[in-house]
Design a protein around this ligand. Structure first.
Ligand code: AHG
Ligand code: MN
Ligand code: MN
Length: 330
């Protein structure tokens, strides 16, 4: 059997070498994070640090370790100007002067922190933006990161599950790679991930049901009504509580993932973060034939006003997202 590795995939002439180098650095970081995750309680990675991140969330040791691994490895990539992370309040510049045609890297170093202690799948999410044309020759600033998701030149996630897998888009479809633990090579295991248009599966934290907006309640109630209801079919519900694992299931066999705005904090657009979670996942889902909606429009077109901005998230099978859009238009 012939195998294609991530390195071979990234050496295609259509991929700018500095972008390939940066994605290779992220992938290397994720191999290291994967090794730390596997150590679990046999290593030094379990438990809370006692600190809080900019969102006021308690940081786990693994959140910070994963962040540090990615910072150290990615700083070496020549085309990279600066990084931003869910775990850091401000941007992390790596070059005094932005290279022409360079890149900005954003990440959620460890997604699904609440699942670390219970040995359930967790992940890393990343997004790559171009440095704005007018930033060449000067240091990049936070404002340079505030670009809509549509501008992303690449996005991906790594799921640390029974297997470690990377799902990647460079804006031309979606590929999946599986880490071979014997040699630490990423092997291309799905060259064209596609999300079926229709589904019988949805993912939402139903503990928040009483706080949802009417269109979300209607959608979920109709799914729950099953074969006797207006949908005329029975649905399944799944909720891992690691976005990476929940979206990976949607990418693998269809479905809808939702973490919508709710009334708990009416002035907050949602729980999940636009730049580190919603936008990279929305690009992957769209590139796999699905769709993404934030209650007003396409996630990828949402205006960006701050680095740690939150978003309302609905993404997955195209026909289901179209239905959710219709319900929001009523
Ligand atoms: P993170 O661990 O990066 O803070 O993200 C956790 C997120 C996301 O992964 C998941 O979908 C969601 O939080 C789960 O939230 P609930 O615990 O409210 O279900
Ligand atoms: Mn997360
Ligand atoms: Mn996180």
């Amino acid at each position: 059997m012939s195998t294609t590795t991530l390195a071979a995939h990234l050496s295609q002439p259509t991929i700018p070498p500095r972008l390939a180098e940066l994605i290779g650095a992220v992938a290397k970081g994720c191999v290291e994070i994967s090794a730390q995750v596997r150590r679990g309680a046999a290593g030094q990675i379990m438990g809370a640090l006692g600190s809080e991140n900019v969102q006021g969330e308690v940081q786990q040791k693994l959140d910070v370790l994963s962040n540090d691994i990615l910072l150290a490895l990615c700083a070496k990539a020549e085309g990279l100007s600066a990084m931003a992370s869910e775990e850091m309040e401000t941007i992390h510049p790596v070059r005094d002067v932005a290279p022409q045609g360079g890149y900005l890297l954003l990440f959620d170093p460890l997604d699904g922190s609440s699942n670390i202690a219970v040995n359930v799948s967790i992940g890393t999410i990343f997004s790559i933006l171009p440095t704005p044309a007018d930033s060449a020759g000067r240091a990049v600033a936070e404002a340079d990161f505030l670009q809509p998701g549509r501008n992303q030149v690449a996005a991906g996630y790594v799921v640390y599950g029974p297997q470690t897998q990377m799902v990647l888009t460079l804006g031309d479809g979606v590929c999946a790679f599986t880490l071979d633990p014997d040699c630490d090579d990423w092997v291309l295991t799905n060259p064209a991930m596609t999300i079926p248009a229709e589904t019988k599966e949805f993912a939402i934290n139903t503990a928040n049901a009483r706080h949802w907006a009417a269109p979300v309640s209607r959608y979920v109630e109709e799914c729950l009504a099953g074969v006797e209801g207006p949908r005329g079919k029975d649905f399944n519900m799944r909720w891992v509580a690691s976005m990476v694992a929940d979206v990976h299931r949607v990418m693998s066999r269809g479905g809808v993932f939702m973490y919508p705005w709710d009334k708990r904090e009416p002035n907050r657009p949602g729980k999940l973060r636009l730049m580190y979670e919603a936008n990279p996942m929305a690009l992957l889902v769209e590139q796999a034939g699905g769709a993404s909606f934030d209650g007003a429009g396409d996630t990828l077109d949402a205006p960006v006003t701050s680095l740690h901005q939150r978003a309302s998230v609905m993404m997955g099978s195209k026909a289901e997202i179209a239905r959710l859009r219709d319900y929001h238009a009523v």
